[in-house]
Design a protein around this ligand. Structure first.
Ligand code: AGP
Length: 366
């Protein structure tokens, strides 16, 4: 273990630190500057088949489902095909309508998650076209799908997934780019995404370098019993993933809400003992998110903003900044500080970070 940890205190820390190289590996040989697109040979779909896709649905469990939600947003933005994500754990029980013109994407780090595997089997039984987005080569889901995109994140040991999740979203950006470039996405817009993807490893490196500051913030709020994670549109799956990570390893109750839903009920919970982590991407909703922060502050709630936008000084109690890249890729960068926040909170509380209670790395039984 000591050798495998390579000087890190635990696997989660090691795996977070490996993200820049993991992303670079996922991108290697797959980006095409000349035609401003991506090559994902493992999909087994020629341009005609790609053009025939009328809808995309991502299926995964837990964080893989949240990554799928980020993927759906990328597909809708870049390819303008209706896309959504659904928990694989529900799929087979609700007798889903299987659309022969849809592309289903089964998302799994381990490739062994029983609910995701069962969703794939149900889809295949009903004639659905399903590809995998899987990290472990030769795993059950990879074999059952037969085609797809491997994540190339390298072995992930910590129960809390970090680098595999990042590579899921990076892979979905490439899938969305590819689907977009056989439709209406211009060469210039495609080139912008290619450049944005190439910049990611360096940008993630910069977020990771903020470790000491995030550790300070984590220490300050580690006493909280409950926390909100708030986001809008592209920030919403980021908020969900941030809440998930905090719950998983720190055992602090965290709830993610779409920021605009706050005033429909949950705002009643906000007080000085209920911090909110607010995700503020530099998109056209910055003013709305500033409004959310003001609402929370007006009720005495502490606010930690995770942002690449310019926020007024003194608005939030804490501001964690990430570099500004291509807006479609913002969720990838905005998720990284949330890993560190959960990590340092769990660490202050003395939790067993790699092996949180009651959880297994992959859920192979129902
Ligand atoms: C992530 O931190 C969690 N441990 C969990 O939600 C995980 O993403 C989920 O169980 C799916 O696992 P998989 O990617 O191996 O299918």
């Amino acid at each position: 273990d000591d050798y495998e940890l390579g000087g890190h205190t635990d696997f989660m820390r090691k795996e977070m630190a490996e993200q820049p190289e993991a992303i670079a590996r996922a991108l290697r040989g797959r980006l095409d500057e000349r035609f401003a697109t991506a090559h994902l040979g493992g999909l087994g779909l020629d341009p005609m088949a790609l053009r025939a896709v009328k809808r995309v649905k991502f299926l995964g469990c837990g964080s893989a489902y949240y990554a799928g939600q980020m993927g759906a947003a990328l597909v809708e933005e870049l390819a303008r095909i209706p896309a959504d994500a659904e928990p694989a754990s529900e799929f087979r029980y609700r007798n889903p309508v299987v659309d022969p013109d849809a592309l289903y994407v089964a998302v799994s780090q381990s490739g062994e998650t029983i609910d995701t595997l069962a969703a794939v089997q149900e889809l295949r039984r009903k004639g659905g076209r399903v590809i995998g987005a899987v990290n472990v080569v030769g795993s059950a889901i990879a074999r059952e799908c037969g085609s797809g995109v491997f994540l190339h994140a390298g072995p992930e040991v910590s129960v809390a997934s970090t680098k595999a999740l990042t590579n899921m979203t990076v892979s979905f950006a490439m899938l969305a780019l590819l689907l977009g470039r056989v439709r209406d996405l211009s060469a210039a817009a495609g080139a912008r995404i290619v450049t944005g993807l190439r910049a990611l490893p360096g940008q993630v490196e910069r977020v990771l370098a903020d470790d000491a500051e995030i550790a300070r913030i984590a220490k300050r709020y580690a006493h909280a019993r409950h926390m909100f994670f708030l986001g809008r549109v592209s920030g919403w799956p980021v908020a969900r993933e941030g809440a998930q990570k905090l719950k998983e390893i720190s055992y602090i109750h965290a709830e993610a809400y779409q920021a605009a839903e706050l005033k429909h009920g949950p705002l009643a919970l906000v007080d000085a003992d209920m911090p909110s982590v607010v995700i503020v991407p530099a998109d056209d909703l910055v003013a709305k998110n500033i409004g959310t922060i003001e609402q929370v502050k007006a009720r005495g709630g502490p606010v930690i903003a995770i942002t690449n936008a310019d926020l007024p000084d003194g608005l939030a109690d804490e501001v964690i900044r990430v570099p500004r890249g291509e807006p479609e890729l913002d969720p990838i960068l905005l998720t990284i500080p949330l890993q560190l926040l959960a990590y340092h909170t769990a660490s202050v509380l003395g939790r067993d970070i790699d092996k949180p209670r009651n959880l297994a790395k992959s859920v192979t039984v129902e």
